[in-house]
Design a protein around this ligand. Sequence first.
Ligand code: PAF
Length: 285
Amino acid sequence: MKVVTTHAELRAALDAAGRGAPVVLAPTMGALHHGHLELVRLARNEAGPRGMVVVSIFVNPIQFDRAVDLESYPRPLDEDLARCRAAGVDLVFVPEAAAMYAADRSVRVHESLLSRGLCGARRPGHFDGVCTVVLKLFMLTRCDAAVFGEKDFQQLAIVRRMVRDLDLPVRIVACPTVRETDGLAMSSRNVRLNPDQRADAPRIHRALSDAARIDGGIDGVRAMLDAARAAIVASPLARIDYLELVDAETLQPVDTLERDAVLATAVFYGDVRLIDHMRVPAQPS
Ligand code: PAF
């Protein structure tokens, strides 16, 4: 496995590998857990044994809206590299922020529709930061395909929209959410939960899965949201940032289940913000 930090080293490593075999990127911000290793596994599937699996590790400053979140984001690089090596990654790209962003940079990608609600509404500029870095990583790694986790389903929808709208020649592969045995969605932020918060946090997944089973007929959507909300706020440790039922494609809030929907939430435990969601299939009346 090769580790490169500069654009020039990355270019040289890609050139050395030749142009024949597919390059598949798993973009990450590090602090790799089993969910990321699942991205790597899917990337290897896509690339095949002769293809090249590239992992980028970059805590992208322009997608953080809160300084505390950026500063406290875990950066265990040695462990991350060991995990990549064990998972059979071919190339790891670990750029410096100064090399990714010129001090006088003046161009960024702006998504104007799917990012309006949910996390986008609470984190101004977040998805523009994600789109900008993802586009740069696509260009730098010249990848044929890239793997994104379904856990960040709004991010996945927005990246797909960017690929469609900008005709990017990259196939997007979705990786199902990986969960701890108690149901908590794996996230690099989980390590920042204290023991009480960690023990409590699986209630998010339970609340969403129980609520998603409620019949979505007349007043069903309201009942679903009320049930999920009640199950989360029953804990004094949890504070809901948002809880919404949105259309699975447009991400706009819905009050009927005529089309597939997603019950999505962000919950604060102290200053740690966890997100999760559950698909709710259409229940045509
Ligand atoms: O999902 C993430 O870890 C990040 O948003 C990504 C896609 C690596 C862009 O920084």
